[in-house]
Design a protein around this ligand. Structure first.
Ligand SMILES: [Zn+2]
Ligand SMILES: [Zn+2]
Length: 368
């Protein structure tokens, strides 16, 4: 068989294998539905009022949990816009020169041409992906499983068979929250029947088995989900991805773990959006375009209210339209960083220009 043929079969097998954890979760959820609705509510709960309340509340948690899970799995991760990809001539130029300083010189020239890139490698070089042939936007990382650069990559999650990043991080948070609520609700309502089982108060039926295992499964998942959810809440409050928590992003002045933090309220709004009504609903409402992020930068404490906001360079045309309403960078930043003092926005029709204090980071870049 041709090597390319065997490679494609291997790839197909890998793709199928990657769905196994999702299938595992789906089977557990389907069984928990049967165990709770049929075996507990219909077969074991005798009080009609209790039965109705349990079923209504259960279905609310179930629908929200499945909805958030679905969105996390099937929302396509966003990749860098075409302006971050190297042009044909730049690619050729890059291939001709040696790695190292000569390549960096070319990359620095590309970044100077208006790319909103502030982060660097640990050694201070421009972050470049030689698999995707692009300058990596801030917070973007190459996923070895997806073999693509993912915007604001958090981690590749086998339980959703997808990369968790800018496009689905809110869904992932809601998935954790609703799955935790789902498990806690089952644990709490199943508890008295679980105790009755141990005290032999329940008739000797098939329901016993389901009620017992439902309690064990829900309580065990509650513990691990609570830990994971608490950790990600902390990350959202600090405006860090999992990768950034492991290794602080490096700027021109060096690594800065608070480099993207804008203060608690703005950090939360960056993930969940301005409209609180949409926070608990698994629809996309995060702010920004995923390619560039407001940063308080160099030696400034982002938690201080007196910190002057920093304007990012203009975001040029949005090349690939995402499946959700991505907002232009400047629009989202105006909400996240708006103080109205160090810069102002002209509001004329079709006029999106802003004037004000230049971005120190951009100034440094342009002077290079
Ligand atoms: Zn890449
Ligand atoms: Zn991935």
């Amino acid at each position: 068989m041709a090597p390319s043929g065997s490679r494609s079969i291997k790839r197909s097998c890998k793709r199928v294998l990657h769905w196994i954890p999702v299938l595992f979760i789906s089977i557990i959820v389907a069984w928990s539905y049967y165990a709770y609705v049929v075996q507990l509510c219909i077969e074991s709960v005798e009080n009609l009022g209790e039965k109705i309340v349990y079923l209504l509340a259960y279905h609310l948690f179930f629908i929200m949990f499945v909805w958030a899970y679905w969105q996390t799995i099937f929302t396509e991760p966003m990749h860098p816009l075409k302006e971050f990809h190297l042009s044909y001539s730049d690619k050729e130029l890059l291939e001709r020169v040696d790695r190292g300083e000569s390549q960096q010189e070319i990359l620095r020239r590309i970044v100077r041409q208006d790319l909103p890139v502030y982060t660097r490698t640990m050694s201070g070089a421009i972050r470049f992906c030689d698999r995707c042939i692009l300058v990596k936007p801030d917070r973007c990382h190459h996923c070895s499983v997806c073999d693509k650069c993912i915007l604001k990559m958090d981690h590749h999650c086998p339980w959703v068979n997808n990369c968790v990043g800018f496009s689905n991080y809110k869904f992932f948070m809601l998935f954790l929250a609703y799955s935790l609520l789902y498990c806690l609700f089952i644990t709490a309502t199943d508890l008295q029947y679980f105790i009755k089982f141990w005290l032999s108060g329940l008739p000797d039926t098939q329901a016993k088995f389901h009620i017992m295992f439902l309690f064990f499964a829900a309580s065990m998942f509650s513990v691990s989900l609570a830990a994971l959810f608490a950790y990600h809440c902390w990350l959202v409050c600090k405006n860090r991805s999992t990768l950034e928590a492991v290794r602080a992003p490096a700027f021109r002045h060096g690594p800065d773990k608070n480099g993207f933090s804008l203060g608690l309220s703005k950090n939360v709004r960056q993930v969940f959006g301005d409209e609180k009504t949409y926070w608990p609903i698994p629809v996309f409402s995060s702010l920004g375009d995923g390619c560039s992020f407001p940063t308080c930068l160099v030696n400034q404490d982002p938690e201080q209210p007196s910190t002057p906001p920093v304007q990012s360079p203009p975001n040029k045309s949005v090349g690939e339209p995402p499946q959700f309403p991505a907002k232009p960078l400047r629009e989202s930043q105006s909400r996240l960083l708006n103080s109205g003092e160090s810069w102002r926005e002209s509001k004329g029709p079709g006029d999106r220009e802003r004037t004000g204090t230049p971005n120190p980071a951009l100034t440094i870049e342009n002077e290079l």
